[in-house]
Design a protein around this ligand. Structure first.
Ligand SMILES: [Zn+2]
Length: 471
C-alpha cells in the first residue's frame, strides 16, 4: 500500500521539479509518513534491548576463537530466523585465537601493591615467574627516543600517554592514544626493553584497565616482549615515584597463548529487494568482543540495532526496492578477518551503501559518510542531510564526511557509500574494552533511537529511486 503513494509522489514531483535538489527533497518528503511510522512503532516497543540481554547476559563475552562467540553466531541466526528474515546464514571466516590466561602486575618497590592490568590482545606471555624489572616511565614516543639505550635496556617501559578528554567538536582522543597500545611494545623492544606497560586508552578511570589489540611490527630482529595495559592510577603512580627519584620495580606475569587460526563466521540476513534485489544496502556491527566485560556497548548494541532495524522494517510490512542485508562481522577487535573476508567473498555484488554501528548504543546524532570518489561523497552528504531530516523527532539529523567504521569501510573499494552511526560519545571510552562494558551501561531508549536511525536510513537508501551518491 505504502509503496504506491511513495511512487506516485515521486513521479509527480520529478515531473514538476526537474532540479536535482528539489527532486530529492520531494523524494525524501514522500518518505516522511513511513519514517514517522517507524519512529512511532519503535518507540512503542521493540526487541533491541531484549536481544542485547540475550547476547550479553546469557552468552557473555565473544572473543575471537571462544566457545561463547560460536554460541553468539548460532544465536544471531536463530534470532533472525525467528524474526522471519530471509537468507539467514553464516559465512565461515578463519580468525586468530588468542587466550588471555592468568595475569597480574605488581609493583614490588618502593612498596608492594597490585596494579590493575589487562594484557593486550596478541601479546606473548612472560616466563612463568614473570618479568621483574625496574621501570622507565615516558610520556610519549619523543621522550622514549630522547633516552639513551642504557636507560631502557633490561627495563619495563611504561608509556604514560594521557588520552585527551572527549570534546564535542573533536570527539574522543582515542586515535592519539591508541598508537601506544598498538605499537608501544615494538618501540620499547627496539630499544632493548623487556616488557611494555601502556596507560589505558581512556580519559577517565575508576581503576579500570582497558584492553585492546597490539601488534608486533618490528620485523624478525626485534624481540616480541609482553605488553599490557595498566590503569591510569597505576601509570600515574609509577610516573610520580620516578619524578621524585624513587626507582619503581614491577613484576608482570602473563600466560597468554596464541592458538593460531580457528574457524569463526560472519552472520547475514536479508529483506530481499522488490525491484533491484542485486543492489545491496548493508547494516551491521561486529559480533565479536573483548573478553573483559560482555561487549554490550562494543559492539552488542551495534549488532542488535542492525538486527532489530531489519525486524522493524519487516514488521512494518515495508519492502524496499533494493536488498537490505544485516552483516554481523566477526573478529573486528583483533584482526578484522570478518570484514576483509566479507568484502572479498561479495566483491562481485553491487553494494550501494553500508551503515555500521560501532560507537556504542548512546543517543544517536546522525551518520558519518565516506566514499572513495570525493565528488560522490559530497553528493551523498547532501542527500543524507535531507534523508536524516526525517529523523528530526529523535534528533538524529547530523551528517558529516569522514571515517565510517572499521568493518564497513572495507566496502569503500566496492564503491559503496560507507556510513558510521554517530552517537553521543561522551561516555563510550570510560568503559570501552573493560570489565565494565555491560548491559547496565546501555539506556534502552537510546538503543531504541539507534535502531530507528538505522531502520529509517537503511529503508530510504534502499528504496529511493536514485543510488546514494549519484546526482
Ligand atoms: Zn567495536
Amino acid at each position: 500500500m505504502k509503496r504506491l503513494s511513495v511512487l506516485t509522489a515521486f513521479v509527480f514531483f520529478t515531473a514538476a521539479f526537474p532540479l536535482m535538489g528539489q527532486e530529492l527533497d520531494a523524494t525524501v518528503e514522500s518518505y516522511r509518513e513511513v519514517a514517522n511510522q517507524l519512529i512511532k512503532a519503535g518507540r512503542q516497543g521493540n526487541d533491541s534491548y531484549r536481544k542485547l540481554q540475550e547476547l550479553c547476559d546469557d552468552i557473555g563475552h565473544r572473543l575471537s576463537g571462544s566457545k561463547s562467540l560460536e554460541q553468539a553466531i548460532e544465536w544471531a541466526q536463530q534470532s533472525m530466523k525467528e524474526d522471519g528474515q530471509e537468507n539467514v546464514h553464516a559465512e565461515k571466516v578463519m580468525v586468530r585465537k588468542w587466550v588471555r590466561g592468568e595475569e597480574s602486575c605488581h609493583m614490588l618497590s618502593p612498596r608492594e601493591v597490585e596494579i590493575g592490568m589487562l594484557g593486550l590482545g596478541g601479546s606473548v606471555a612472560t616466563p612463568p615467574d614473570g618479568v621483574t624489572a625496574e621501570v622507565i616511565v615516558v610520556r610519549d614516543q619523543e621522550e622514549l627516543n630522547a633516552l639513551p639505550d642504557e636507560a631502557i635496556r633490561g627495563k619495563i617501559v611504561v608509556f604514560n600517554f594521557p588520552m585527551p578528554p572527549y570534546s564535542p567538536t573533536e570527539g574522543s582522543g582515542y586515535g592519539a592514544a591508541v598508537a601506544y597500545r598498538t605499537n608501544g611494545a615494538t618501540w620499547a623492544a627496539e630499544r632493548g626493553a623487556v616488557a611494555a606497560l601502556v596507560r589505558s586508552c581512556t580519559a577517565y578511570s575508576l581503576t579500570t584497565p582497558h584492553t585492546g589489540a597490539m601488534k608486533y611490527s618490528g620485523g624478525p630482529d626485534v624481540k616480541k616482549i609482553p605488553a599490557a595495559a595498566i590503569t591510569i592510577e597505576g601509570a600515574t603512580l609509577l610516573a610520580r615515584l620516578q619524578a621524585r627519584g624513587k626507582q619503581p620495580v614491577v613484576r608482570l606475569k602473563m600466560s597468554a597463548q596464541d592458538h593460531g587460526e580457528v574457524p569463526s563466521a560472519n552472520v547475514l540476513a536479508e529483506i530481499v529487494g522488490s525491484e533491484k534485489p542485486g543492489e545491496i544496502v548493508v547494516i551491521g556491527g561486529h559480533i565479536d568482543s573483548w573478553d573483559a566485560g560482555t561487549g554490550a556497548q562494543d559492539d552488542g548494541c551495534g549488532c542488535v540495532a542492525a538486527m532489530e532495524a531489519l525486524n522493524m522494517i519487516r514488521k512494518a510490512g515495508l519492502k524496499p526496492r533494493r536488498t537490505i542485508r544485516v552483516v554481523l562481522w566477526t573478529n573486528e577487535e583483533n584482526g578484522t578477518a570478518g570484514a576483509r573476508s566479507y568484502a572479498v567473498r561479495h566483491q562481485a555484488e553491487t553494494h550501494v551503501a553500508g551503515i555500521e554501528s560501532d560507537a556504542g548504543g548512546f543517543a544517536p546524532q546522525g551518520l558519518s559518510v565516506q566514499m572513495e570518489d570525493d565528488r560522490k561523497e559530497q553528493v551523498a552528504v547532501r542527500q543524507l542531510s535531507q534523508i536524516l531530516s526525517l529523523l528530526e523527532p529523535i534528533g538524529s539529523t547530523r551528517v558529516r564526511p569522514g571515517f565510517s567504521g572499521v568493518d564497513v569501510q572495507e566496502l569503500n573499494q566496492l564503491g559503496a557509500a560507507c556510513m558510521g552511526l554517530e552517537v553521543d560519545g561522551r561516555l563510550y571510552f570510560n568503559t570501552h574494552h573493560t570489565w565494565a562494558d555491560t548491559v547496565d551501561k546501555v539506556d534502552p531508549q537510546e538503543l531504541t533511537d539507534c535502531t530507528i536511525t538505522m531502520a529509517v536510513a537503511a529503508f530510504v537508501i534502499a528504496d529511493m529511486p536514485k543510488r546514494l551518491g549519484e546526482e
